[in-house]
Design a protein around this ligand. Structure first.
Ligand code: NDP
Length: 453
């Protein structure tokens, strides 16, 4: 583990002590702290105002019971979370995750990352995150609705368009946002469109929001490739996951002339040597809500399904230029990174949050692989959520082309900010450093201006 700046080490020790057992949060905090040594040395005002200590402590953490009745009439109990991390730049903003692995440490790591990501977009949004250990897999639509209604029956009192604006994440897509918004509207008697983002197009949603995170990750990777006079055109690409982010990353890579040869879910991997059939994939995942094994069955001999296999090992068998991890945290291990590097990968951009282990990130950067951290590469989702809030505030709706243009412009801006910041701090090409410092200084300066609150 690299050494931390002597002023930062005790702050990190205190984070470990106060947040015992929250390993993903420790990992996320350490990753930011490793970038901040020179910032703290150059800007003593941050240390004097205890900005780092304050930034690691969420403004508010809410944990609540979510009781609901399943189709068999049994009462089920889940735990709900909303961590309102930092509102120096605007209302708390960040998604809701429904997955059985969710606990406070997951939500805190995601909320912490969100603070810097949102700052990096240059938009007026603070950072937060929420969710539940509810497992939507195998549940009927009626059960999902009852769960969402019960979840919102507690959450509604903590959110609002000027306070905290949740959106989707793993296990929370357009259907769930609909049920959550319906219950909010019913309880409050307010059609407050901008209280949630990721809404349906005909009731306050924004075009491109569904596509935004995946498209944005592809745009970001394209910007990184340009710095080496390369592009997606003619490239072979791996995209992990097969959810919202993965599907639209695949779509944009194909539009840019690349070929995505594999994707995954938590049960297995499909490898189609000549490229995935995106129309079929969307039918299976978005319409039928099926599994990748169903896709492989429908595709027949063009598809090779590998149960319980790692998608990254495919780089051993075929040449891969770009990897886009778009599933979940710590899904790309040190060993996976080694396989990708040994087989000539040029760029890796994180569509998911923290999908690469710290060791994997070091292997990529030591090998001069272009590496785009999630804070920068997947910020297109939240940026388009902010565009949705803008449209709601002005009661307007923009065209697909205009919104996509804004997204592309925002991703280019984030890329530029990372590159310029890394140059300024003497580490050209280090996107991790650029993203961490670029995001941190914007939040830290706002916190200084707002006083000790
Ligand atoms: P979805 O629920 O739509 O899809 C998640 C995908 O990842 C599914 O294919 C799922 O497979 C797979 N997955 C989940 N857990 C694992 C696991 N342990 N091992 C292997 N595969 C797994 O979520 P999203 O696409 O919305 O989110 C994906 C990532 O992107 C997350 O890290 C999220 O935080 C991040 N992100 C999402 C944004 C958004 O706008 N949606 C914005 C920014 C970041 P299975 O179906 O088998 O569970």
């Amino acid at each position: 583990m690299p050494e931390l700046h002597p002023r930062i080490q005790p702050i990190f020790d205190e984070v470990l002590r106060r947040n015992a057992g929250e390993v993903e949060f420790h990992q996320a905090a350490l990753e930011v702290f490793e970038s901040l040594g020179r910032v703290i040395a150059k800007n003593p005002q941050y240390a004097e105002a205890s900005i780092l200590e304050r930034i690691c402590e969420p403004e508010r953490q809410i944990i609540f019971r979510v009781p609901w009745v399943d189709d068999a009439g049994r009462v089920q109990i889940n735990r709900g979370f909303r961590v309102e991390f930092n509102s120096a730049l605007g209302p708390f903003k960040g998604g809701l995750r429904f997955h059985p692995s969710v606990y406070l440490g997951t939500i805190k790591f995601l909320g912490f990352e969100q603070v810097f990501k949102n700052a990096l977009t240059g938009m007026p949004i603070g950072g937060g995150k929420g969710g539940s250990d509810f497992d939507p897999k195998g549940r009927s639509t009626a059960e999902i609705m009852r769960f969402c209604q019960s979840f919102m029956t507690e959450l509604y009192r903590h959110i609002g368009e000027y306070t905290d604006v949740p959106a989707g994440d793993i296990g929370v897509g357009g259907r769930e946002i609909g049920f959550l918004f319906g219950q909010y509207k019913r309880i409050t008697n307010r059609y407050e469109s901008a209280v949630l983002t990721g809404k349906g197009i005909n009731w306050g949603g924004s075009l491109v929001r569904t596509e935004a995170t995946g498209y944005g990750a592809a745009f970001f990777a394209q910007e990184m490739l340009k710095t080496r006079e390369q592009s997606f055109d003619g490239s072979r690409v791996l995209v992990s996951g097969s959810g919202n982010v993965a599907l639209y990353a695949i779509e944009k890579v194909h539009q840019m002339g690349g070929t995505v040869v594999a994707c995954s879910d938590s049960s297995g991997v499909v490898y189609d040597a000549d490229g995935l059939d995106l129309d079929l994939l969307r039918q299976v995942k978005e319409v039928d809500r099926g599994r990748l094994s169903d896709y492989a069955d429908a595709r027949g001999s063009a598809s090779d399904y590998r149960a319980d296999s790692s998608i990254w090992s495919i780089a051993d068998a075929t040449h891969i230029d770009v990897a886009l991890p778009c599933a979940t945290q710590n899904e790309l291990s040190d060993a996976d990174a080694r396989v990708l590097v040994d087989n000539g990968v040029v760029a890796v951009a994180e569509g998911a949050n923290m999908p690469c282990t710290p060791g994997a990130v070091r292997i990529f950067t030591d090998a001069s692989v272009l590496f785009g951290p999630g804070k920068a590469a997947n910020a297109g989702g939240v940026a388009t959520s902010a565009l949705e809030m803008q449209q709601n505030a002005s009661r307007d709706s923009w065209t697909f082309a205009h919104t996509e243009e804004r997204l592309e412009e925002i991703m280019r801006g984030i890329h530029e900010r990372c590159v310029e910041t890394a140059d300024e701090y003497g580490e050209p090409g280090n996107y991790v450093l650029g993203a961490n410092i670029g995001g941190f200084t914007r939040v830290a300066d706002a916190m200084l201006a707002l006083g000790v609150i």
